[in-house]
Design a protein around this ligand. Structure first.
Ligand SMILES: [Zn+2]
Length: 119
């Protein structure tokens, strides 16, 4: 989940809203302070504007998948070498492996969704 920040064009109140990665949602926003409505063009109405082209970028997720996979394998190999050499290991390396696995699986899921047309 991400956040979009901005100021109300009428009263200037700083507004921070949660949004998804592609900032989908109605561009008609309501200021929580003065209750005025305004258009925030950063929000993308899927029914009108369609999906963000980056969401269908198969190349990005393919190389992301490969990158995370290589990162995970390198970290796992490094961890095994550290355990063999010192009988101990840095916990940060385990964290890197967890991040690598999450990134690999995440990219694989998005890639599969793109390839099957289920977005
Ligand atoms: Zn306002």
């Amino acid at each position: 989940m991400g956040y979009v920040e901005g100021n109300c064009p009428k009263c200037g109140t700083k507004i921070r809203e949660s949004c998804n990665a592609w900032v989908y949602g109605s561009p008609i926003r309501t200021c929580p302070s003065c209750k005025s409505e305004f258009l925030d063009k950063r929000f993308r109405e899927v029914a009108i504007d369609g999906f963000d082209p980056r969401a269908n970028n198969t190349k990005l997720y393919f190389f992301g998948f490969l990158g995370f996979l290589v990162f995970t394998i390198v970290c796992a190999g490094w961890l095994i070498a550290m355990i063999n050499a010192q009988q101990s290991y840095p916990v940060k390396l385990v964290g890197c492996i967890v991040v690598g696995i999450v990134g690999t699986v995440g990219c694989a899921v998005v890639l599969l969704r793109q390839m099957t047309g289920y977005i």
